[in-house]
Design a protein around this ligand. Structure first.
Ligand code: GCU
Length: 667
């Protein structure tokens, strides 16, 4: 068993931060499991920073819950997980709607420091916009041949499991749970959506491991979930079928669910990847995905649990010669007709784009097409297609753009509005694939911690600005202002930088098949995966129009369907996702497609060169372990960006025969 490195790197919960709250006289007047967590936090914080825990009458800050609060302000009904900050009578009273709201209020005040502690008299209320704020771990219990232990993990092995077993020492998981609670995460799925034989057993004889992990997450208000195999009745129960309409199958699931709840009364529920990339599902039995999801939902509903059913269903064995099949259409074609047929405790989990977490995709049309279904937006914090935590790529601007996308004219409900639910629409939220592993810096690249932080903050409040979140994270993570300034400058715009030196104008892919790292322009071109760019000597891009293409553009409500139908009204950054155009096609930016490809690839590399120089300028000021780790990763990012630039530019120069207007070196 290999021990995990201890957490010398505390990520954004630095022990020396939180001075403002930690140096005051603080009282806690609340009951409940999470109030005990707040008490432990306060004891550590005040002991470190010279404050004290006192009686409420003597306190400068009182933390309490609505049922006990003695404040003159009228708080009304505080929303479920929310809290109020009441300044008056010479003190700040933090009022949680419950002990959970109090935990979030504590972290808010600790983070904000004197800006909140010393504010003028008055009351403000905070509550999460998204009820579901969840992380999915793609961790396998054991190392899986060809994939490592964490599928698409770039931060070492699993934080939870080592060598086929749960780690005996879960102290790092405890800190991880604190990190997650501090940004409001309230659910975690513990294993990979591709459920292998060993991991399938977590549901039955491996449940003891889940009990232990639930004990670690519970004090931070986080419910645990399991990814389960749809074929569990066969592989675990020995039944001849997993047909969702078969009575023996239903009885098997009911028994399995009851046993899980006997062991973990606050268990969250299941995550299911069905009929997707080889995983079993209801199609195998001639049933619909509503049949499958509802079959699992029923026994879970008796215990208050949910099913997170993934919409990532497509044909991964397509014939590349077949131009009528479009992977981008698949989730909509499968799921939109099922709107209104799922049970109330089914949440349909939809990837943000129609393909697969590319650096640029349009928003998935499924999100606008299922008004009577609970929907969760699925994001990928782990940087599978965005540099695998070797490259700096701050993803909050991408996620903000997705969350802000209106399904209709300006003022129409945005993705964030739709998934959060409303009086007329059922609520869902945000689910994301975690980027954490056993690595001493948690996320491989120390700056990738910012993506985890930002995910939690955006799920709490989708209107927060990506730059503000970055500043918050910097303030919490690094104490030296020059270091913060350097990291800010490296990370700001890093998503667009990554986009510049990789696949152009929304066409996606062009990565090495399987591993998804590094350039390989035609790597996927003649494969069964449905991910093509169709570059020839005259042009490039996928015709997804209704008039002449796959019809995908018509899956959006107006004005988007019309806008995406014509190159003239399609945003430049998505042009090649929707249209096949000549290399000489002129973009809104004024340049041609081919010149755009050359320009952005040269610029992208220059931007990485500047990142390297910026980091060099603070190398004596940042923690040494971070300096070295970041430096090595930036070197790799530069090497890889140069490789991308040269392969992409050379490929398109050879295809088109059109030279660079500026005569730069193309090999
Ligand atoms: C991608 C990824 C897989 C993953 C899948 C999913 O295709 O490469 O590793 O299993 O997404 O989201 O299920």
């Amino acid at each position: 068993m290999s021990p995990l490195p201890q957490h010398a790197d505390h990520a954004w919960l630095r022990p020396d931060a939180g001075t403002e709250l930690g140096s005051r006289a603080v009282a806690l007047d609340a009951a409940g499991g999470l109030a005990e967590t707040v008490r432990a936090e306060l004891e550590t914080l005040t002991a470190r920073h010279g404050g004290s825990i006192v009686e409420p009458a003597d306190a400068a800050v009182v933390l309490t819950t609505a049922e006990r609060a003695e404040v003159s302000a009228d708080l009304g009904a505080l929303p479920g997980e929310g809290f109020a900050l009441v300044h008056g009578g010479g003190r700040l009273t933090v009022v949680g709607s419950s002990d959970r709201g109090l935990l979030y209020g504590y972290h808010h005040v600790r983070r904000a420091g004197s800006g909140v502690l010393d504010a003028a008299d008055g009351t403000e209320t905070h509550a999460p916009t998204q009820p579901i704020r969840m992380l999915d771990h793609w961790d396998n219990v054991a190392v899986h041949p060809g994939m490592g232990q964490v599928e698409r993990g770039y931060a070492g092995g699993s934080l939870f499991y080592d060598n086929g077993r749960l780690r005996p020492n879960l102290s790092r998981v405890e800190h991880y749970a604190r990190l997650l609670a501090s940004v409001g995460i309230n659910r975690v799925a513990l294993n990979n959506v591709n459920v292998h034989a060993l991991e399938a057993r977590l549901l039955t004889d491996g449940i003891g491991d889940v009990v232990r992990l639930a004990e670690v997450f519970r004090p931070q208000g986080i419910a645990v979930y399991l990814s389960v195999s749809f074929n569990s009745p066969v592989v675990l129960g020995g039944l001849p079928t997993a047909d969702p309409l078969d009575e023996s199958v239903r009885a098997w699931w009911a028994g399995a669910v009851d046993r899980v709840y006997d062991a973990i009364p606050d268990f969250g529920g299941f995550v299911v990847k069905a009929d997707s990339e080889g995983q079993p599902g209801p199609f195998g039995y001639g049933r619909s995905h509503a049949d499958g999801a509802n079959m699992l939902a029923k026994p879970l509903a008796r215990h208050g649990g949910d099913v997170f059913w993934r919409a990532f269903v497509y044909n991964h064995r397509q014939d590349w010669r077949d131009r009528s099949t479009d992977r981008a259409r698949a989730a909509y074609d499968h799921f939109a007709p099922l709107d209104g047929t799922f049970d109330d405790n089914v949440v349909l989990q939809v990837k943000h784009g129609p393909m697969d977490f590319q650096v640029r995709e349009p928003v998935s049309p499924v999100i606008g097409a299922m008004p009577t279904t609970r929907l969760a937006l699925e994001l990928q914090v782990t940087q599978e297609y965005t540099g695998q935590q070797q490259h700096v790529c701050y993803l909050a601007p991408l996620w903000s753009q997705v969350l802000d996308f209106p399904f209709g004219d300006d003022g129409a409900p945005t993705v964030g509005d739709i998934v959060s639910g409303s009086d007329d629409a059922p609520s869902g939220g945000v689910v994301a694939v975690s980027n954490v592993g056993g690595d001493e810096h948690w996320t491989g690249h120390p700056f990738a911690q910012a993506n985890l932080y930002a995910l939690g903050r955006l799920a709490w409040d989708p209107t927060l600005d990506a730059a503000t979140i970055l500043d918050e994270w910097l303030a919490e993570t690094y104490d030296d202002e020059a270091v913060r300034e350097a990291v800010r400058s490296i990370m700001t715009g890093s998503w667009q930088t990554y986009e510049r030196y990789t696949a152009p104008l929304g066409v996606g892919w062009m990565v090495r098949p399987g591993r998804h790292y590094g350039p390989d322009v035609d790597g996927y071109e003649y494969t069964p995966w449905g991910t093509y760019h169709f570059a020839d000597r005259d042009g490039i891009g996928v015709d997804r129009t209704v008039a002449t293409g796959t019809g995908y553009a018509g899956m959006y409500p107006e004005p988007w369907a019309c806008r995406f139908e014509r190159p003239e009204t399609t945003p430049d950054e998505l042009l090649l996702f929707f249209h096949h155009v000549p290399y000489t096609h002129r973009l809104h930016s004024g340049t041609t497609v081919i010149q755009h490809i050359y320009d952005t690839h040269f610029e992208g590399v220059e931007q990485v060169e500047r990142m390297v120089a910026t980091w060099e300028s603070v190398r004596d000021r940042a923690p040494q372990a971070v300096v070295e780790r970041v430096q090595r990763r930036l070197e790799e990012q530069l090497r890889s960006a140069v490789e991308w630039r040269d392969q992409i530019n050379t490929y398109f120069y050879r295809k088109s025969g059109i030279p660079d207007e500026q005569g730069r070196t193309i090999h």
